[in-house]
Design a protein around this ligand. Structure first.
Ligand SMILES: Nc1ncnc2c1ncn2[C@@H]1O[C@H](COP(=O)(O)OP(=O)(O)OP(=O)(O)O)[C@@H](O)[C@H]1O
Ligand SMILES: [Mn+2]
Length: 785
């Protein structure tokens, strides 16, 4: 069936088309049913039959019925087959109108259309598919190729109707979806006979067809989780193929026995080969489609063959410091996490009247906090060792690389050999250079700004207070972002507030379907600075007057998307790949709107950026796992590949993992560096909108780089230890830093508490790495941790 305007419910979405909005098709238009026959050389001439549907209620039986089908067979198919001048096998599925007149009684139904084409399918029990969530329509279970294919298409299209944002665009009955087309076990019991009851054997005086080898009946096939592997699919496919060949064989026999329309002298072997090759071609097609659709959201990575076989995580895999830490961690915090889980179960916490109320509440996990403070003295001792002693320790524990590393000399490089953009581009700071220009020119190979930078505060102040002169939409990325122009070429990237601070990640949302939070962008900048990374552009919050500062400064397409909501709030939705429609509009109260303003990065002319795929990127597919989740020694693979094989980059990824773990950001798919600094430069910390979503849950998998590689930059470890041992804990420090922001309090209190808890978890992970080394003597094949 084809819909005039495409179907809003059933759609094939190509990988490259994933960003388009499947809900866009509002009206499907007329529906056409196309009847055709094809073979290895293409569609048969004169076999096309286009039926304009009588209704649009998705039940095509109003249009397509036994009469139409028989007319088509008699008037089009048979003459077309005749013209071929060779013997043919016709493969059909088991829908009711292939037998005429239609009858629900499968056993007694006369088969006037194509007498024997139904094969043994009629003996199987009916199966229920759900259409459109409302009607239930009984069909026979697929045992022919075409129905087997239909089944798989449904399975695929269900997956792919899920946008990268995870929304499913059709009501889909998981019950029916999870049922596999029944295996041949039913057929095997059924006598080999034609559907009208005639015994096939009795019809055929010749020796019976030799049994076709079949795949052994599958005991159980899993769908999700764990994800269906390529091997599963291959199995399933071969099963389908076998079934088809069997059916075709039976069909051929019936046809021959009756001397019916397909009388001919084609050898049985040829027929079998023909049937099997048709099945193989279709199966290959299905597999290709499956692979294409399941590719990630973007591009390929040298580490990951795009359609590489998905392996399952082996919990006890050798070399998996990450898994062992996770196990130990989960054991230790089992009781604590159950209380957290209950807090999490509410999508939105009953918000306290004000955030102040909340901070006055006694801290809930007090009991644990009162436990003896672990100062991680052992880690401190390790830090104190000189390199010779560390080397000794390293040899003692048979480790191939040090856990904690003074970064290869880059701290000293910061002073010497740390060129700035201004120096490399030979652009001097002028008297009348703007603050943002000055900021851009001082960005250096190793950091965005020095610890004592005055420009950062100036920049933040300007972005928060300067008048807005122009507003336009930023292209790129998936969410709505605005480019804000101020006087003196100051520019900022604006992300609007969409949800209240207390809004948590919805329990059933994936990280890639999580909300974007403007306050996370602000807090991430402050956190990055506190941790001494200085790899995030300065961000400030600001309360806008939507009428005067957005609406009046916007133009063109953006302007057209402004409207007044039923509650008289001013709203707009802009144009973007997702969430840019009326139902995802950004609304003021009535026209004040909060947002984050990030200082704009230097233009491409001054400092172009290179985009890198993050080696520990998640799969962005709800059932697929990424390679790092399944590969025992993933880190050693990464270590071999430039730029991770030398210099600072791998240590920088560990830092990024620290930052992301602290704020619970799982959305680190790519990162960017400035090209002009080469490879030995820092990755920019950009895009933190999905951080700070689950304050009661600590997502250990974000620490995978650190725990799999067992490495951390020493300066980062020292910073974490300093926050852990006080006097000022990280949560407190962040709270103080954020207090100056115009939209303070920026974070909901539980996020600040989470920070201190997470600092300790990182330290425990590092300790685990060091200690695990000592256990190595008793374990085999674990040298790499
Ligand atoms: N401060 C900035 N100044 C200029 N460009 C920026 C800035 N921050 C980000 N960008 C650019 O805009 C792109 C999109 O930004 P960002 O990743 O924050 O948005 P997003 O909608 O979350 O994107 P995605 O959906 O790809 O995660 C970035 O890849 C980056 O190249
Ligand atoms: Mn993003």
């Amino acid at each position: 069936m084809v819909y005039q305007n495409g179907s809003s419910i059933r759609r094939w979405v190509h990988d490259t088309d994933l960003k388009s909005n499947p809900t866009k098709i509002k009206s499907e238009g007329s529906r056409f049913t196309i009847l055709h026959a094809g073979c290895s050389t293409g569609f048969l001439d004169g076999c096309n039959n286009f039926l304009n549907s009588k209704n649009n209620d998705r039940d095509y039986h109003e249009t397509m019925d036994g009469t139409n089908f028989q007319n088509w067979v008699v008037n089009q198919l048979i003459p077309a087959l005749g013209k071929l001048n060779q013997k043919c096998v016709v493969v059909l599925d088991t829908v009711s109108y292939h037998s005429y007149p239609p009858s629900n009684n499968l056993e007694t139904r006369p088969t006037l259309g194509l007498p024997c084409a139904r094969g043994a399918a009629a003996h199987q029990s009916p199966k229920t598919f759900h259409h459109n969530g409302t009607t239930t329509h009984p069909k026979t279970v697929a045992n022919s190729l075409i129905l087997a294919r239909k089944y798989q298409l449904r399975q695929l299209s269900h997956d792919e109707r899920t946008t990268p944002e995870g929304y499913i665009h059709e009501h889909y009955s998981p019950k029916s979806a999870r049922k596999l087309p029944k295996s041949r076990s039913v057929d095997e019991e059924a006598p080999r006979r034609c559907p009208d009851g005639t015994d096939l054997e009795s019809l055929s005086p010749r020796s019976p067809v030799p049994p076709v080898p079949r795949a052994p009946p599958r005991t159980k096939l899993k769908f999700s989780p764990p994800p269906e592997s390529a091997a599963d699919r291959a199995d399933k496919g071969s099963e389908g193929a076998t079934r088809v060949s069997t059916d075709s064989t039976e069909t051929v026999e019936c046809v021959r026995a009756r001397g019916n329309m397909f009388r001919g002298g084609m050898k049985l072997k040829e027929r079998f080969i023909l049937g099997a090759s048709v099945a193989a071609v279709l199966f290959t097609f299905l597999l290709v489609v499956d692979i294409q659709m399941d590719l990630g959201m973007s591009g390929h990575h040298r580490l990951v063959p795009s359609h590489g076989r998905v392996k399952y995580v082996q919990e006890d895999a050798a070399g998996s410091a990450y898994n062992s830490f996770r196990k130990r961690f989960l054991q230790k915090t089992h009781s604590a996490s159950s209380t957290n889980a209950s807090k999490e179960s509410l999508p939105i916490e009953p918000a306290p009247n004000t955030l102040k109320d909340l901070s006055e509440k006694p801290a809930s996990p007090g009991k644990e906090a009162k436990e003896k403070h672990d100062d991680f003295g052992d880690l401190m001792d390790y830090i104190m060792l000189d390199s010779a002693e560390r080397e000794k320790h390293r040899v003692e524990i048979d480790r191939v690389h040090p856990v904690i590393q003074k970064s290869p000399g880059w701290e000293s490089l910061k002073v010497v050999g740390n060129p700035t953009i201004g120096e490399l581009r030979k652009i001097a700071v002028r008297e009348n250079s703007t603050v943002l220009e000055k900021f851009h020119l001082q960005i250096s190979q190793h950091e965005l700004y020095p610890a004592d930078s005055e420009l950062v505060d100036l920049l933040i102040h300007e972005m928060a207070t300067e008048p807005i002169v122009h507003v336009s939409q930023k292209t790129g990325g998936t969410q709505l972002k605005l480019v804000i122009d101020y006087p003196n070429s100051l520019q900022a990237l604006f992300k609007p507030m969409r949800f209240p601070r207390e809004q948590q990640t919805l329990p059933n949302h994936f990280y890639f379907t999580d909300f974007e939070r403007h306050n996370a962008e602000i807090a991430a900048f402050h956190l990055d600075r506190l941790l001494g990374f200085r790899r995030a552009m300065p961000v400030t919050g600001r309360l806008l007057n939507m009428t005067t500062e957005l609406y009046q400064k916007a133009e063109g397409d953006l302007l057209k998307t402004f409207f007044v909501s039923p509650s008289d709030n001013l709203c707009f939705h802009g144009k973007c790949t997702y969430y840019c429609d009326t139902s995802h509009a950004i609304c003021g109260t009535p026209d004040s709107l909060e947002g984050s303003f990030a200082a704009f990065l230097p233009s491409n002319e001054i400092a172009a950026r290179k985009v890198w795929r993050h080696p520990w990127r998640r799969s962005y597919h709800k059932r697929r796992k990424a390679q790092w989740e399944t590969e025992d020694n993933y880190c050693s693979l990464v270590r071999e590949i430039p730029p991770y094989d030398q210099g600072r980059r791998l240590y920088d990824l560990m830092d990024m993992a620290v930052l992301d773990f602290l704020m619970g950001n799982m959305d680190r798919h790519h990162y960017e560096t400035f090209r002009l600094f080469g490879n030995d430069t820092f990755p920019l910390h950009l895009d933190h909108g999905r951080g700070f979503g689950r304050p009661f849950h600590d997502e250990l998998s974000i620490l995978a780089p650190i725990l799999q590689c067992c490495m951390l930059r020493q300066s980062t470890l020292q910073t974490l230890m300093a926050f852990h041992n006080g006097p000022t804990k990280l949560g407190e420090a962040l709270s103080q830093s954020l207090a100056k922001d115009p939209v303070a309090p920026v974070l909901w209190e539980p996020h600040l508490e989470a920070l201190d808890r997470r600092v300790e978890i990182i330290l425990r992970g590092i300790r685990d790495c060091l200690q695990k080394g000592e256990d190595l003597g008793s374990e085999t094949g674990d040298e790499d941790t």
